[in-house]
Design a protein around this ligand. Structure first.
Ligand code: TYD
Length: 202
């Protein structure tokens, strides 16, 4: 089984992903976890280029790099693990490119989806948790944490488009996409995630 976590920056995705991974450890379920972009040596190098602040990458270059890193991790890590029957948990995957580059950067969702298809073939998540917060809440949280990589320096309009993009994906892929209300406390958010996981998939 392949599980991915998605959402706009500061949605609490990484906290939930860690809680989820700890739960799998406690239950002794065999799994691996991967981080996008990155997760392979080549991918980590690509990540450094992407998050660098010293030079300008065109939006097309940016999406191609995200997708390149994804092609590498899919072939080298995700597919072999799935073929061995292990669970794979990913902090972001193909939907991030559709939401951020397709909608946020306005490259178009169809173009980004076909790049994704080329990169991952038929390797698709079984469950995608979309942890949703409002853009105002994301900005409030980002100010508190003072994180500012390249993408986090974008304005509210950009994040609104990204969030709208996730809602579009939610409408398109009702079976795979699971809406999670991220405005609640971390524990309450995790309860929603667990509930879906145990009801539908275990
Ligand atoms: P990440 O380090 O996962 O940040 P966070 O913990 O905030 O999710 O991702 C870094 C940034 O890269 C984040 O702003 C989302 C963005 N991103 C894209 O724009 N496209 C993509 O395909 C991926 C995987 C990430």
């Amino acid at each position: 089984m392949f599980v991915t976590f998605e959402g706009i920056d500061a949605c609490g995705k990484s906290t939930q992903y860690n809680l989820f991974v700890n739960m799998l450890k406690e239950k002794k379920m065999p799994f691996i976890f991967v981080r996008e972009p990155g997760g392979t040596k080549a991918g980590e190098d690509i990540r450094k280029i992407l998050l660098h602040n010293d030079y300008y990458l065109s939006y097309k270059t940016e999406v191609l790099l995200f997708v390149a890193s994804r092609a590498q991790i899919t072939k080298n890590v995700i597919e072999p693990a799935l073929n061995k029957g292990m669970m794979v948990v990913a902090d972001r995957f193909m939907d991030s490119s559709v939401a951020y580059q397709g909608y946020g950067r306005e490259l178009g969702s169809d173009a980004v989806k076909s790049l994704n298809n080329f990169a991952v073939g038929n390797c698709r998540p079984d469950i995608t948790y979309f942890i949703d917060i409002t853009v105002d809440e994301a900005f409030r949280r980002m100010k508190l944490s003072k994180k500012n990589d390249k993408i986090e320096l974008e304005g509210k309009d950009f994040f609104q488009r990204v969030r709208d993009g996730y809602f579009e994906l939610l409408r398109e892929e009702k079976k795979r996409f699971i809406y999670i209300d991220g405005m609640k406390s971390a524990n309450e958010v995790f309860d929603q995630i667990k509930e879906v996981f145990f009801r539908k998939y275990v």
